[in-house]
Design a protein around this ligand. Structure first.
Ligand code: NAI
Length: 333
């Protein structure tokens, strides 16, 4: 059997880390057919839109995609390609993960954190308006239906991963109607999962707790904007933004991608850390039931990091993207 997967290389370091991840996936021995499609800067050049219809059609047909990071083109007058993908594909939940690896400079041994970010609403829906010449507003839009969906998704995920606790993160003391609705909906969903502990923390308290005692954090459920920020935070806690990995989920498709962005200042130099992209590929394998192959990749990554011989600059080494990728492939037994 061959898996057909839509591939978006993306922008910046995407051109280096996505080929690295595909090389690792091919080395699992599974059979893949890569369906390369465009989004981001290249799509604007070729199709005059950040996400052409052909990209959406490919992902909806294959139901699976692996993507690199995309440049936010809002400053150039285009809508955000990531927001377009989420909207057009109905991706309502974004899972962001980071874990401690031996050999990586993080004081938090055994940290293994999951953030589930609501991915369609909040101020990222992009409803902004100028109010006179010197003021502007952005609308924070939250619905009960979407909040319930992402909460149910989170508790199901916690169960599947054998996790013990979901912490709902919010600022409902100030934003009573919007964050209040998100919190209330998530607490309602929690009642159907008596086996999973559920607590709620305000976003500022959660930020403090994450850097002070991340081992007491498990699965974090957050509205879109807070979740975006916490995703980078958990990757940093585990040693590097280059290690964070994840996926976006909807009823019709799943799109896997690392936590970080296009890293424009190091793009084209062959020095980016490909591990976030590689682990996103492993997460995709796990999602389609190829647990053994996913484990093989994770173990190979863990082994390379532990040996410390081939580490990229963000991890304190001097290895290139190719060096670390080849080292991971050598460890895949
Ligand atoms: P960024 O994540 O690209 O970079 C932040 C810092 O981390 C930089 O110092 C960068 O060099 C470093 N870094 C990131 N990934 C790395 C890797 N794999 N290996 C080594 N170092 C790495 O965030 P920034 O600079 O705020 O955003 C750049 C662009 O990426 C923007 O256009 C932004 O909108 C976009 N972006 C796209 C995302 C996506 O497509 N999912 C997510 C985040 C940002």
């Amino acid at each position: 059997m061959s898996y057909k997967i839509s591939i978006i290389e993306g922008d910046g370091i995407g051109h280096e880390i996505v080929p690295a991840a595909l090389k690792v996936l091919e080395h699992t021995g599974l059979s893949f057919e890569w369906d390369f499609v465009l989004a981001g800067e290249k799509a604007v050049e070729e199709y005059q839109t950040p996400v052409p219809d052909s990209t959406i059609e490919s992902i909806l047909s294959n139901k699976l995609a692996l993507k690199g990071p995309l440049t936010n083109l809002v400053a150039r007058g285009w809508p955000s390609p990531n927001v377009m993908l989420r909207k057009n594909l109905g991706l309502f939940a974004a899972v962001k993960r980071a874990r401690y690896f031996e050999g990586v400079g993080s004081p938090f041994k055994n940290a293994d954190l999951v953030v589930v970010r609501e991915a369609k609403e909040d101020t990222y829906a992009g409803a902004e308006q100028q109010v006179g010449s010197d003021a502007a507003i952005a609308i924070k839009f939250i619905t009960r239906e979407n909040s319930l969906n992402v909460a149910n998704f989170t508790f199901d995920l916690a169960r599947r991963l054998g996790r013990k606790k979901v912490s709902i993160t919010h600022k409902a003391n100030v934003l009573k109607l919007t964050d209040g609705l998100f919190l209330k909906s998530a607490q309602e969903a929690a009642k159907n999962y008596p086996d999973i502990e559920c607590d709620s923390l305000m976003i500022d308290h959660m930020a403090f707790k994450l850097v002070n005692d991340p081992l007491d954090c498990d699965v974090i459920l957050a509205p879109n904007v807070y979740g975006d920020i916490l995703a980078d935070l958990i990757a940093g806690i585990c040693g590097s933004l280059g290690l964070g990995f994840g996926g976006n989920f909807g009823p019709e498709a799943a799109v896997f991608e690392p936590v970080h962005g296009t890293a424009p200042t190091i793009a084209g130099q062959g020095i980016a850390n490909p591990i976030g992209e590689i682990l996103s590929g492993a997460m995709l394998l796990s999602y389609i039931g190829e647990e053994q192959a996913a484990k093989t990749i994770e173990n190979a990554v863990a082994s390379v990091l532990k040996k410390g011989e081939f580490l990229t600059g963000d991890l304190g080494g001097t290895a290139s993207t190719n060096d670390i990728t080849n080292a991971i492939i050598r460890e895949m037994k």
